[in-house]
Design a protein around this ligand. Structure first.
Ligand code: IPM
Ligand code: MG
Length: 387
């Protein structure tokens, strides 16, 4: 029975394996991380995306241009605005990232990205793949770094979410074998586990963190999570000064709410899907998913983004000028740090704290009862100029 269906499923599985093996070879052939100091010029792509994206990223760009004014003038840094990563264009071309846009992105060294719309069943858009996920894959941005800080609770967490494998590697390639049977695949490669885990330990070492925690469900998902966990403890041996421990995702989700233990976590490294879920929980504790910035790092490219949505309704109602640019400006601070402008980045973090917590001279309400994004960016720059 079902011989034809089984054969068809086997063929699809074979195809998937071939693709993943090719990806492994590709990973192995990559060089080391770019050294931005060695570049004659750093090109910063500014990709607005959809909805309120262009409005808020434009404000973040103003702030970065202000901080880097001298190097922009001397030609050491160039800002390049990349239009076209909009849902309208992606739907028209039926592409997660239009080819022309991808080409432009690849000509940049780092990218500051606004939110992009991910179509879901039942809305007005065709089913194009998430631009985020596609960009992570196309530029091989394997480390999704999401810091969460709640100083008043003593919380300072940095999540290193694997960004190209797990359930996301073959999310579109599941097989409906018969009407009664659906199978999805999850993927872990040696190279893929090693590079994210090493990145997490290197970060811990550089930032004097004392502990790195792995999160898996290796008691159940034995092959792939098992590989992740084994790799974790093998690499931990290279960092004897750092404490390494691991938790299962279910109990970890609970422990982030446990006031007696949660402040002890420092760096957390985890496979893609667990990272997706738990970073939303962590960001919510910090004040909402809209408050978190996220870095997507690869060896050659890096992309920095806010992790909130594109709020199309605000644009429809003409309110995009009132959208809060704070999280994409925060992503800009991460970008500055990544390309080696540490002092400028620290100033920007400080200004964000002053403007959103300690002084808070402006209130953003998302409508004309509050400040505009432009006024907020001006406030940030004014605050920096007084430092
Ligand atoms: C995130 C988002 C994305 C993901 C979506 C938009 C595809 O939830 O960046 O965490 O699942 O990775
Ligand atoms: Mg998510």
């Amino acid at each position: 029975m079902y011989e034809n269906e089984i054969k068809a499923a086997q063929e699809k599985f074979g195809e998937l394996i071939r693709k993943q093996l090719a990806r492994v070879e590709e990973m192995k052939s990559q060089g080391d991380f770019v050294d931005y100091k060695s570049l004659d010029k750093i090109v910063i792509g500014v990709c607005g995306g959809d909805g309120i994206g262009p409005a808020i990223t434009a404000q973040a760009q103003r702030v970065l241009e202000y901080l880097l004014a001298d190097d922009v003038k001397s030609g050491k840094v160039e800002f390049r605005v990349i239009d076209g990563l909009t849902i309208e264009r992606r739907a028209a071309e039926m592409a997660a990232i239009p080819e022309e846009v991808l080409k432009e992105l690849k000509e940049c060294d780092v990218i500051l990205k606004g939110p992009t719309t991910t179509p879901r069943k039942g809305d007005e858009w065709p089913n194009v793949e998430s631009a985020n996920v596609a960009m992570r894959k196309a530029l091989d941005l394997f480390a999704n770094v999401r810091p969460v800080r709640i100083p008043e609770l003593g919380i300072d967490w940095t999540f290193y979410r694997e960004n190209t494998e797990g359930g996301y590697a073959a999310g579109k390639e599941g097989v409906s074998v018969t009407d009664d049977l659906g199978i999805d695949f999850t993927v872990a490669t040696a190279e893929g586990c090693e590079r994210i885990i090493r990145a997490a330990f290197e970060f811990a070492k550089a930032n004097k963190k004392k502990r790195v925690t792995a999160v898996t469900k290796a008691n159940i998902i034995k092959t792939t999570d098992g590989k992740f966990l084994d790799t974790f403890y093998a690499i931990a041996k290279d960092y004897p000064e750092i404490q390494a421990d691991d938790w299962y995702i279910d109990i970890m989700t609970a422990k982030l709410l446990d006031d007696k233990r949660r402040r002890d976590f420092e760096v957390v490294v985890l496979p893609n899907l667990y990272g997706d879920i738990i970073t939303d929980e962590a960001a919510e504790l910090q004040g909402g998913v809209g408050t978190a910035g996220s870095a997507n790092l690869g060896k050659k490219y890096a992309m920095f983004e806010a992790i909130h949505g594109s709020a199309p309704r605000m644009v429809k109602e003409g309110r995009d000028i009132y959208a809060d640019p704070c999280s994409v400006i925060r992503a800009g601070a991460m970008l500055l740090n990544h390309i080696g402008y540490i002092e400028e980045s620290d100033k920007l973090y400080k200004a964000l704290d002053i403007c959103t917590i300690t002084e808070k001279k402006l209130v953003m309400t998302g409508r004309d009862t509050g400040a505009t994004g432009e006024q907020f960016a001006d406030y940030i720059m004014e605050t920096i100029s007084n430092m």
